[in-house]
Design a protein around this ligand. Structure first.
Ligand code: NAD
Length: 309
């Protein structure tokens, strides 16, 4: 499908700002809304049309009716699992109600397609066989995971009822330049920032817990393909490979010149021990395969964080 205008919600954030760059370079007219709760103006491409707005506001509905984008990439979200456990209402207000305002209005104004940033890491039961495929019945346990699955279900409803097309991309652990290193962001951005500052880094528990790290460039490409291809539904976006946290620590220590000894603290409560996604459906129907090798992506990310110092 061809389109000349797109809205990126959460476009001042980590993944959103990279997506905005890619859309601008494809000469798409790009609108961005973001409430800047974790995103930053400095991430934003100067050619994007930015408005500071919350997805969970009546003003957002009015904005959509005025702008009428052809495609919406919906990334704005409360992304912290722990916050969602402490305040499920706040999580639902942004992640569920914000998404509902968006899709109901999108149907009214004739948006061609919504590409939703969902999560694979919180979607599948830990008892299932890894790497997790989309065939496994979702059983999210955190309010954050529940809000992502709920939005997917509303999107399926809007497709059935109004014919509003959608793709939900269930990302693995995304990493790359511009990832926020505060709070409970990705382990790579947190380790890289601390190591470059020479601050002691502590690994949670044994460090043998694994994650499926997918580079932000690959995630952006998945979004572009999802908008372009004539497909609807849920797709895992991951590499299928597991990397443990100790390996991330050692590789980053080398890249950043970090010399302090490896230190382990208590295991994080409720942390899953293993995670990896099977993305064969994305390969078959979107023509998507991850292209960035982990070592290359890690090097580029460490270099970016070094420049930020
Ligand atoms: P991010 O925090 O950098 O981006 C989220 C953006 O949304 C931020 O710019 C923030 O300011 C904005 N935002 C938050 N609440 C808002 C609101 N009410 N109205 C408008 N804007 C609001 O995080 P990210 O890693 O770039 O995540 C982007 C999307 O991808 C999110 O939906 C997230 O759940 C999803 N995701 C990310 C990962 C990952 O590993 N980073 C994994 C799975 C899914």
């Amino acid at each position: 499908m061809k389109y000349t205008s797109a809205l990126v919600t959460g476009g001042a954030g980590f993944i959103g700002s990279h997506l905005v760059d890619a859309l601008v370079s494809k000469r798409v007219k790009v609108y961005v809304i973001d409430d800047l709760s974790s995103g930053q103006i400095s991430n934003l491409n100067p050619n994007a049309h930015f408005t500071k707005l919350s997805v969970n506001s009546p003003a957002f509905v009015e904005y959509l009716k005025k702008v009428k984008p052809e495609v919406i990439f919906h990334l704005a979200a409360q992304i912290n699992v722990r916050v969602s456990v402490e305040d499920p209402v706040k999580d639902a207000q942004v992640n569920i109600m914000g998404s509902l305002y968006l899709l109901k209005t999108a149907a009214e104004i004739g948006v061609k397609k919504i590409i939703f940033s969902s999560s694979g890491g919180v979607m599948y039961p830990q008892t299932a066989r890894m790497p997790y495929s989309e065939k496994i019945f979702p059983e999210p346990i955190s309010p954050y995971g529940i809000s992502k699955r709920t939005t997917e279900m509303y999107l399926a409803f809007a497709y059935q009822t109004y014919g509003l097309r959608y793709v939900a991309l269930r990302y693995a652990n995304v990493y790359g330049p511009r990832q926020n290193a505060k709070g409970e962001a990705g382990v790579i951005s947190m380790f890289a920032t601390a190591m470059l500052a020479g601050k002691p880094v502590q690994i949670n528990g044994t460090g043998k817990q694994t994650r499926d790290f997918v580079n932000v460039e690959d995630v952006v490409r998945a979004n572009l393909l999802a908008a372009q291809k004539n497909v609807v539904g849920e797709f895992n976006i991951g590499t299928g490979k597991e990397t443990d946290v100790n390996t991330v620590f050692r590789k980053l220590a080398k890249l950043t010149g970090y010399k302090l000894p490896e230190r382990h603290g208590a295991a994080a409560v409720g942390e899953v021990m293993r995670s990896a996604l099977d993305a064969r459906k994305a390969k078959e129907l979107l023509g998507w395969v991850p292209a960035v090798k982990f070592d290359d992506g890690l090097k580029k990310t460490a270099e970016w964080f070094r420049k930020q110092k």
